[in-house]
Structures are given as structure tokens and as C-alpha cells.
Design a binder for this molecule. Structure first.
Ligand code: GDP
Length: 141
């Protein structure tokens, strides 16, 4: 039986700029993911650097941080059966050139960087990333 999981999602600045929050949220809901917590934030440079700390040695780290603070984001907790893997499937591949038809990134991404959404890549990272943005009382299920 599939396990009920929670994962962290971020609607990135390229998508909020183009007013796509509702369209992207519909993709989650249509695919069986429940948005159980959500808030719109403008990340500080310090927050973005800390969130993407795992990528600090990659050549695109500086650009990625600058992109993530270029406009508001919507951070959210998604819940559902196998939510971590399911969300990665709904999102599509990092590079839209490799993303499957019907995925968020295939339909909305502008580039490999401005790819509209973030989603946790493991259950452990999901728990860590949810804690980064939400307190226990903000996630009501
Ligand atoms: P994800 O888990 O699919 O989001 O991909 P990664 O963890 O590998 O990368 C994190 C984020 O960094 C991606 O979602 C993109 O926004 C950005 N990114 C990944 N690869 C590149 C790249 O080659 N160039 C640039 N500029 N950004 C990238």
C-alpha cells in the first residue's frame, strides 16, 4: 500500500511573475496532492542561500540564489500517497527539454533555471525543507 507522505513545494519567481499560482496548484490537486499549507514569501538572500546550501559548490549556485530572490515565491506543503515521488512526476524533469508531456515544467518552465517549481527529492529532505519554512502549527493537514 502506498504511504501517505508530505513534501515541500515552491512555486518559483518565474511562475508567480506570470500569475501561474492557480494553474500550478490545479496540477497538484488534479493529481491527488493536497495543499495542506501555503504562503507567499519574498525570500531574503540569506534564506535562499541557506535553502540551496546543498548546491553551494555547483557552478550555478550564485545564479540560482539570485533567481530565487528575483520575485515572490509560494511555499507549500503537499500531502498524498507517495507525495515525494508523485510530486516529482507531476513537476517533470529539471530541464524542460527532458520533461514529459503534461508536466508542470514541460508546460510552464522558461529555462533549466527558471523552471517554475521546486519539489523535495527525498522524504528526509522533505521533512527538513518543511521545517525550514513552516512551524508545526502552520501545517494543519
Ligand atoms: P531539481 O531537484 O529538479 O529542482 O534540480 P536540482 O536539485 O538539480 O537543481 C536545483 C535547481 O537549480 C533547479 O530546479 C534549477 O532551478 C537550477 N538548476 C539546475 N541545473 C541548472 C543549470 O545547469 N543552470 C542553472 N542556471 N540552473 C540550474
Amino acid at each position: 500500500m502506498a504511504a501517505k507522505e508530505r513534501t515541500l513545494s515552491i512555486i518559483k519567481p518565474d511562475a508567480t511573475r506570470r500569475n501561474l499560482t492557480g494553474k500550478i496548484n490545479a496540477r497538484f490537486e488534479d493529481n491527488g496532492l493536497r495543499i495542506i499549507a501555503q504562503k507567499r514569501l519574498w525570500l531574503t538572500e540569506e534564506q535562499a542561500k541557506k535553502f540551496y546550501d546543498v548546491h553551494k559548490d555547483r557552478p550555478f549556485y550564485g545564479e540560482l540564489v539570485n533567481f530565487m530572490i528575483s520575485g515572490p515565491v509560494v511555499v507549500q506543503v503537499l500531502e498524498g500517497d507517495d507525495a515525494v515521488a508523485l510530486n516529482r512526476k507531476v513537476m517533470g524533469a529539471t530541464n524542460l527539454a527532458n520533461a514529459d508531456e503534461g508536466t508542470i515544467r514541460k508546460d510552464f518552465a522558461e529555462s533549466i533555471e527558471a523552471n517554475s517549481v521546486h519539489g523535495s527529492d527525498s522524504l528526509d529532505n522533505a521533512a527538513r525543507e518543511i521545517r525550514f519554512f513552516f512551524s508545526e502549527t502552520e501545517v494543519v493537514g
